[in-house]
Write a protein that binds this ligand. Structure first.
Ligand code: TPP
Ligand code: MG
Length: 770
């Protein structure tokens, strides 16, 4: 049932026009007015903004509720800033400094922008899909009684039509269908143009079918009221109009009334005569721009009609650059109006020269209070909220007992023990995995805590009494979200769950598991999660060539390097179970620390003899990135530097060489990432006058200046070889630079030269006189 139209459509139209003006002006100011001292193009997307000002006005000033959250298409960032400027939550300085240092960001950014940004966007497709996972997290929280039903909101993505080519969107809706997601509105700004040109025609017909088969309602807003009436009155004209290709339609929008007339005359002949007579060229141009996405009545009606929780895709037809001189031109994506064109737009909008930034400039006495009333109503709903942290006490996590263990098995044990012990942390942990739950050792945890399914899922095998180690029943109290094999979805799920404190005021402790090599599959989504400062624990296992016979395409080499270059993600690579326990405790603490970050644990299936500890002194070093597993002698000339699963080889080589080189040390690196960060931070601090050596400098200064380091890891050798640069020590880097061969460990380690013999040779070479 349609809700009656109580909305002040006229006031919304005024706001639409204001948004078009202010977004264009903000970009113009940054490009043509602000002093540019380096000559670099500033840029901005006036056409992409103009395309969706009506949609955004209808949403922000009419349809959005206080708990609704929106991902705005990156290139409409200036419209979002304009909205907040009108609402009083964006400053003039930030707009004047659009795309400048500290100013309003090019693309909406949660962490860098001062206005409330619900989801950062920029890499197209990701902002769309995260809304789906945020909705899933909301369902999770309400089902678990951690969030009030009354605080539920809707998740909205404003999408560019070309953005729909991003495959991650389809991975997301497939996953969403399995979980019966709801409370989603995705609004496509269907301007039929991408960056390069007009977009291909054929595929778009299919999009609605794809969405519908995933359980979505598809609402096409093709026509505005006026255009629909005109075309309905003239069926021939309508069928001709509907055969126009994207390129033809865009070209006509650009060319204007006279071109429409010529084409209509040629296409429908006499049956169009009366219609053409009734419209002069200007009226024709204006009528044909009355597409659904520019017609306020149509938009408001459509949003009002979709008040249930069925996920809904709105396809709103628009014109890229609507109302601007390059409307419809295929090259307008990064097009900027020149000063003359800008002045014409200013005059047409009724803005006086010199008053360009006035929010409600030149509004008459009649319109002003009505527009102000709309703004006032929306203001309450759009305030920036502070981030919420759980502030729970993270319990000490004891190391699992066992003389021989793999870090992967220890991970499973730690979670199982946590679950059994219960408590705040265990209740707030949510695990997720793309179909590798069992093989990454999450199984015991899932047996304890269950799968999350909003509407329940029977464990058929258990019911039939078929023996299985794994329970596989779902309920709305389960704490594991099982995903299909789509690593991009894993990272988007971690992003959404990792923002639960920000979005829902309830911090979860998300843990995601996958095989280490497949991080690469979801890398942009991982980066996207970190960019928004989502907090989670990523457990990647197995890793390296140490998985032996499993081999081949499952071997991972470069993730430590990826982690080294990824802000917001701390890499730990433990060799022993006690290190892992300390790291997990630290990772949970970091999730809940306003200044914390996410953690990536690179684990292994190799069972190794555990370290005998005389005390706890190793712990602090292990958390800081490394510690001396075997102390070097005074002024030592050499050290073995090893990370993770190859520690037994390093220890054995150390034992062998000790007789000849009694001062030889063995440095266990637990995080090249932290060592490197500490090194550069200490250097930066020195320039500021603070002289405090970093952890890695302290570690390496135990050796002589000219000492040699043999570095070894089951990873790219560059993960550790940089250590030679810290104090200028020489390095023999061992590691894996090739992959794809199966084999047992001895064969593989020998072939790739990460065995004891290679270490011995490396040490010998470094100690031999040149
Ligand atoms: C992952 C990714 N690839 C490429 C780009 C560069 N890019 C920015 S916008 C755009 C085209 C967008 O077209 P559309 O989604 O239709 O948006 P419009 O500007 O037409 O509204 C491209 C290719 C990007 N931002 N992200
Ligand atoms: Mg487009």
């Amino acid at each position: 049932m349609l809700k009656p139209l109580t909305t002040d459509i006229e006031a919304l139209k005024i706001l639409d026009e204001r948004l078009r003006w202010l977004s264009a002006w903000t970009i113009h100011h940054a490009n043509h007015i602000r002093y540019n001292d380096d000559g670099l193009k500033v840029g901005g997307h006036q056409a992409s903004c103009a395309s969706m000002t009506a949609i955004m006005a209808a949403l922000y000033f009419h349809a959005l509720g206080p708990n609704d959250r929106v991902a705005v298409k990156p290139h409409a960032g200036p419209v979002l800033h304009a909205i907040h400027y009108l609402l009083g939550s964006q400053s003039l300085e930030a707009l004047e400094n659009f795309r400048g240092f500290g100013g309003a960001q090019s693309y909406p950014s949660r962490t860098k922008d001062k206005i409330p940004v619900d989801f950062s966007t920029g890499s197209v497709g990701l902002g769309v899909a995260i809304t789906l996972f945020a909705s899933l997290v909301q369902d999770y929280l309400t089902a678990h009684g951690q969030m009030d039903e009354a605080d539920r909101g809707r998740f909205i993505a404003l999408i560019g039509d070309a953005e729909l080519d991003e495959g991650n969107i389809y991975e997301a809706i497939i996953e969403g269908a399995k979980h019966d997601v709801r409370n989603l509105w995705w609004v496509v700004d269907y301007n039929r143009q991408s960056l390069d040109a007009t977009s291909a025609d054929r595929m778009f017909e299919r999009f609605d079918e794809i969405f519908q088969s995933c359980g979505w309602r598809v609402v096409e807003l093709r026509y505005g009221k006026k255009l629909r009436a005109a075309l309905d009155a003239n069926p021939k004209l309508k069928s001709w109009f509907e055969t126009l290709s994207n390129a033809e339609l865009s070209a006509l929008h650009y060319q204007g009334g006279a071109a429409w007339r010529t084409r209509i005359e040629a296409a429908v002949g006499k049956s169009g005569a009366a219609f053409l007579k009734a419209h002069d060229d200007d009226a024709l141009a204006s009528l044909f721009t009355d597409l659904g996405g520019h017609c306020m009545e149509t938009l408001v009606e459509a949003f009002d009609a979709a008040q249930d929780d069925v996920p809904t895709l709105f396809i709103a037809w628009t014109i890229k650059g609507f109302g601007l001189p390059f409307a419809g031109h295929k090259d307008n994506h990064a097009g900027l109006m020149n000063p003359t064109q800008m002045a014409a737009l200013r005059d047409a909008t009724g803005v006086r020269e010199g008053h360009e930034w006035e929010p409600l400039e030149s509004l008459g006495d009649n319109a002003r209070p009505r527009v102000e009333a709309l703004l006032e109503r929306s203001r309450i709903a759009r305030e920036k909220r502070s981030r919420a942290f759980a502030q729970i006490s993270i319990p000490a996590i004891p190391a699992p007992i066992g003389e021989e263990q793999s870090t992967q098995a220890a991970f499973g044990r730690i979670l199982l023990d946590l679950s059994k012990a219960g408590g705040d942390l265990a209740d707030r942990i949510v695990t997720t995995s793309p179909d590798v739950t069992v093989s990454t050792n999450l199984g015991a945890w899932v047996n304890q805590r269950g799968l999350f399914r909003r509407s329940g899922m029977p464990d058929v095998f258990a019911k039939e009494r078929i023996a299985s180690a794994q329970k596989w029943g779902g309920s709305n109290k389960g704490q594991h979200v099982e995903l299909g094999i789509a690593e991009s979805n894993l990272f988007l799920m971690l992003a959404a769950a990792g923002l639960s404190g920000d979005l829902f005021f309830r911090r979860l402790f998300p843990i995601g598991t996958l095989y280490d090599p497949f991080i690469a599959r979801g890398l942009d989504a991982l980066n996207y999660a970190c960019y928004q400062d989502a907090r989670f624990l990523l457990v990647a296992t197995p890793s390296g060539i140490t998985l032996g016979p499993e081999g081949g395409a499952h071997q991972s080499i470069n993730p430590p390097l990826i982690a080294l270059g990824q802000p917001g993600l701390r890499h730990y690579e433990p060799a022993y179970a006690d290190e892992l326990a300390a790291m997990m405790e630290e990772a949970f603490r970091l999730i809940d620390d306003p200044k914390g970050e996410s953690t990536y644990l690179r684990l292994s299936t190799r069972s190794i003899k555990q370290a005998e500890r005389a005390d706890d002194n190793w712990r602090e070093g292990a958390l800081a990135g490394g510690y001396w597993l075997r102390e070097p002698g005074a002024n030592s000339e050499a050290a073995i530097v090893a990370m993770g699963a190859v520690m037994p080889e390093a220890l054995a080589a150390w034992e062998d060489l000790r007789e000849d080189i009694p001062e030889l040390g063995l440095l266990a690196v637990t995080s090249p990432d932290l060592l490197h960060r500490g090194w550069t931070a200490a250097q930066a601090a020195r320039w500021g006058g603070e002289r405090k050596p970093s952890h890695v400098e302290l570690l390496l200064s135990r050796l002589s200046r000219g000492a040699g380091l043999v570095t070894i890891a089951d990873a790219a050798p560059a993960s550790l070889s940089w250590l030679g640069g810290v104090l200028g020590q020489r390095v023999a880097p061992l590691g894996v630079e090739n992959f794809g061969q199966t084999g047992n460990l001895a064969d593989l380690y020998a072939a790739y030269r990460i065995d004891g013999a290679a270490i011995t040779e490396g040490v010998a070479e470094l100690l031999l006189p040149a």
